[in-house]
Design a protein around this ligand. Structure first.
Ligand code: 5RP
Length: 262
């Protein structure tokens, strides 16, 4: 049944499958949002079901919480748990220093809070997310709905003073309406093409009234797991400076694929 999965889904699954090896019995685990993170949540469900592992999940979005409950991962709020051992999440882009752009799925605010409240962040991705310099993927910025057009104008004005290649912002839509985050905020996508100084940009963005948070995750990711459709996986640990290559045997995972394939 693995044939039902596209190569990109296989790559995402492989990354997720390797990443859950970081999870130990009794851990409090931050559960990311997005299609790659969804594979990780399903893998955790398998670990709980088949190996009796006990973990507590803190979801970064309502849809991740729903999936976690569906597959048997117990979910608590961050306020109940306070601090996490590990967060596993996807990314829209990663650079050689494991800095990230996140928020393509609109969950960047909760994702950043949860990742920051974790001893370790493991990011799961495929090679399509790899860049030399961040910025090809539009940078999501969460803004409050009140006065969002003024906030957008202030952001665009600020962009004329930073080293980026593009300077336009667009309101993310859900059909004809503005997309709303779980927090009830809007998302502005900044089309920057190349961000020469992500740390500076992150700081100045967050100083603009109306901006709640931006999708630059800088110095937060500890380990990057890159899955490939052929079952190979690369694990980069930024703290140890190690890069390991492994192969995941997917022959025993058919039930998971059957459950998940549309
Ligand atoms: C959601 C995110 C996701 O991690 C990011 O968009 C990657 O998603 P996918 O795994 O579906 O490519 O930041 O806000």
């Amino acid at each position: 049944m693995t044939a039902a999965l596209s190569p990109i889904d296989k790559a995402k699954y492989i990354a997720a499958r390797r990443a859950v090896e970081f999870v130990e019995d009794g851990m409090r685990v931050g559960l990311g949002t997005g299609s790659t993170a969804a594979w990780m949540v399903r893998c955790l469900g398998e670990l709980i079901r088949d190996e009796g592992m006990k973990i507590t999940g803190v979801a970064t979005s309502a849809r991740t919480a729903e999936l976690a409950r569906e597959v048997g991962v117990p979910v608590k709020t961050l306020d109940e748990v306070r601090w996490l051992d590990l967060t596993i999440d996807g990314a829209d882009e990663y650079d050689p220093n494991l800095n990230l752009i996140k928020g393509g799925g609109g969950a960047l605010l909760h994702e950043k809070i949860v990742a920051t409240a974790s001893d370790q962040m493991v990011v799961i991705a495929d090679l399509s997310k790899q860049v030399d310099t961040l910025g090809a993927f539009p940078l999501p910025v969460e803004v409050i709905p009140f006065g969002w057009q003024t906030t957008k104008a202030l952001i665009e004005e600020m962009l004329s003073n930073v080293d980026v290649l593009g300077r336009s912002a667009s309101l993310r839509l859900n059909g004809a309406e503005p997309y709303c985050s779980d927090q009830g905020n809007f998302i502005l996508d900044l089309h920057l093409r190349r961000i020469a100084n992500p740390a500076q940009l992150s700081l100045v963005l967050n100083q603009i009234p109306g901006v709640v948070e931006n999708g630059l995750f800088l110095d937060i990711c500890d380990v990057l797991v890159i899955g490939n459709a052929d079952g190979t996986v690369e694990v980069r640990d930024i703290n140890n400076g190690t890069v390991e290559h492994e192969r995941i045997d997917i022959t025993d995972t058919e039930n998971l694929f059957v459950d998940s394939a549309e």
